[in-house]
Design a protein around this ligand. Sequence first.
Ligand SMILES: [Zn+2]
Length: 149
Amino acid sequence: MTTVDKTTVKSDSDWKQVLTPEQYHVTREKGTEAPFTGKFDKFFKDGTYSCVCCKTPLFRSEYKYNSGCGWPAFFKADDAEARIVRHPDDSIPGRPRVEVLCRSCGAHLGHVFQDGPQPTGERYCINSACLNFASADGRSARAAECASA
Ligand SMILES: [Zn+2]
């Protein structure tokens, strides 16, 4: 079983200072946002999704699809072996699931299910509260600024 590296280590009180109450509850207390309420559920702009806690890039818009399940769904993660940890979750009796966490900071992200589209057949079911989004436009604009500086 792989474990979280926790290269980004903060105390609970530190996380509370940098996260909203909802972000804290979902990422640090393994909460789940209510279905169909997250800001990225029906959001399909071009860009990159990163961990809201430690900013590690996790997903790209190219991997996102509309699963209809009420949470953002991705059929793969960026460099998943290095950035995501899978953990057996038996918190619901009779319904074993696989929890996914950010490897670098241990943030709970959501779960991964084996009912996604090809080519992976996987569905990362992720809470919007765990993600930051950077649009492809914004990123290229910042890159241009750096180049001219
Ligand atoms: Zn993280």
